[in-house]
Design a protein around this ligand. Structure first.
Ligand SMILES: Cc1cc2nc3c(=O)[nH]c(=O)nc-3n(C[C@H](O)[C@H](O)[C@H](O)COP(=O)(O)O)c2cc1C
Length: 159
């Protein structure tokens, strides 16, 4: 299985998750990780599994990830497995009722990423995943790199 992880990251935390996913998927076949801004959608047809991830900012993905997903030609992911992840702040640790309501209404980046991937023909391999950071710039919550590896093993059919 040939896999690609396409990610964005403002402060490095989503990149660390992307690399943990890459390191696990490498055990199952050739795997690479690229920033969305550095990878052309035209190259996607070379991969069996496409994983896309972004930090959640303003309840959604970063603009570079949106641009990348929107420039994938219609139907280009037919016959490919896809999966999506994000990083986010654990709303249960934020004591703010307004923010909690906003999160309930608008959510996180992974679901809209998954929707865009499936809209282009991809088959969702596993539920979108969210990995927690302790604060805006990180660090990742303890255990999240290991959880990302396990999620990736699930993508490979070995979760
Ligand atoms: C401008 C801005 C908006 C953010 N909005 C959200 C949000 O809506 N929901 C959330 O859970 N986290 C939010 N965050 C926290 C980010 O999710 C966090 O910075 C990110 O997970 C860190 O990953 P990175 O190091 O890869 O950028 C926001 C951060 C910034 C800087």
């Amino acid at each position: 299985m040939k896999s690609i992880i396409v990610y964005e990251s403002a402060f490095g935390n989503t990149e660390a998750i992307a690399f943990a996913i890459r390191d696990t998927l490498q055990q199952f076949g050739e795997t690479a990780a690229y920033r969305a801004g550095e990878f052309s959608p035209a190259q996607l047809s070379a991969y069996d599994l496409i994983v896309a991830g972004s930090p959640t900012q303003k309840f959604n993905m970063l603009p570079d990830m949106r641009t990348f997903l929107d420039t994938i030609p219609p139907g280009a992911l037919a016959g490919r497995q896809v999966a999506a992840f994000d990083t986010r702040i654990d709303i249960h640790k934020v004591n703010n009722r307004f923010l909690t309501l906003m999160v309930k209404l608008f959510g996180y980046a992974a679901a809209p990423i998954a929707r865009k991937l499936t809209k282009k023909g991809g088959k969702l391999r596993q539920n979108p995943a969210g990995f927690f950071v302790e604060d805006t710039k990180g660090p990742l919550t303890k255990g999240e790199l290991i959880r990302a590896g396990k999620w990736a093993a699930g993508l490979a059919g070995n979760g």
